[in-house]
Design a protein around this ligand. Structure first.
Ligand code: BG6
Ligand code: MG
Ligand code: MG
Length: 213
């Protein structure tokens, strides 16, 4: 039986990668190097500070911790300008319909995100009411592929990990679900998410009946 569904946020519920990209690119450009959309793929599912480390390694730049914290803060202020303009129109297609179906069948819903901006985003999207539990980057100390964020969600819902399905768009997130002994549906391309139980391109037409593992 499936008692709970745990959703990643960025790339699953909403496409924030484009805003992260613009904000990181401006940091890279300021430091004197380019940052491509392909480079941006490497930041998906990765925490803010690790994202900065990856960005700096791409540019071959080394900085002290204080400067890194300043840059991460600057990036986040820029990113916030974009997400504070988001509206419910940006919820990815089919997500709300699927969550409505889950709620009608008594399946619990949790958020399991690395982002420290998750509550702001859920508020902008007017989605907070859909979630029984929210676990985000402000609640965990171990980043995906560590399963902490998902295990915490299961614990708060009082549901066994084996009865949870995780929805993830990032390889590190799929690995986190597997490490937590949970089922996982990849959202995106099978090339990247091959370790998931199965992969779908998105939630349009997706139904709880497909969760028969
Ligand atoms: C993840 C995103 O959900 O959150 C990453 O996929 C991002 O790209 C991470 O770096 C941390 O986000 P934030 O909002 O705390 O900077
Ligand atoms: Mg994601
Ligand atoms: Mg995430």
């Amino acid at each position: 039986t499936i008692s709970a569904c745990i959703f990643d946020l960025d790339g699953v519920v909403v496409d924030t990668a484009k805003y992260h990209y613009i904000a990181w690119k401006s940091i890279a450009n300021e430091l004197g190097f380019d940052f491509t959309e392909e480079d941006n793929e490497r930041l998906k599912g990765v925490s803010r500070m690790t994202s900065l480390d990856i960005l700096l390694s791409i540019g071959g730049v080394e900085l002290d911790q204080e400067t890194k914290l300043e840059l991460a803060d600057k990036k986040n202020k820029n990113y916030l300008e974009y997400i504070l303009r988001m509206t419910p129109d940006e919820i990815l297609p089919g997500v709300k319909e699927f969550m409505t179906e889950l709620r009608s069948k008594g399946v619990k819903i949790a958020l399991g995100s690395a982002s420290k901006n998750a509550m702001i985003i859920l508020n902008q999207l007017e989605l907070t009411g859909y979630f029984d539990v929210v676990v985000d980057g402000t609640h965990v100390s171990n980043a995906k592929p560590d399963p902490e964020v998902f295990l915490k969600g299961a614990e708060l819902l009082k549901v066994a990990p084996s009865e949870c399905v995780v929805f993830e768009d990032a390889e590190a997130g799929v690995e986190a679900a597997i490490n937590g002994k949970m089922k996982c549906v990849g959202i995106g391309s099978p090339d990247v998410l091959g370790k998931a139980n199965f992969v779908v391109p998105g939630f349009v037409g997706f139904s709880i009946s497909q969760l028969n593992f």
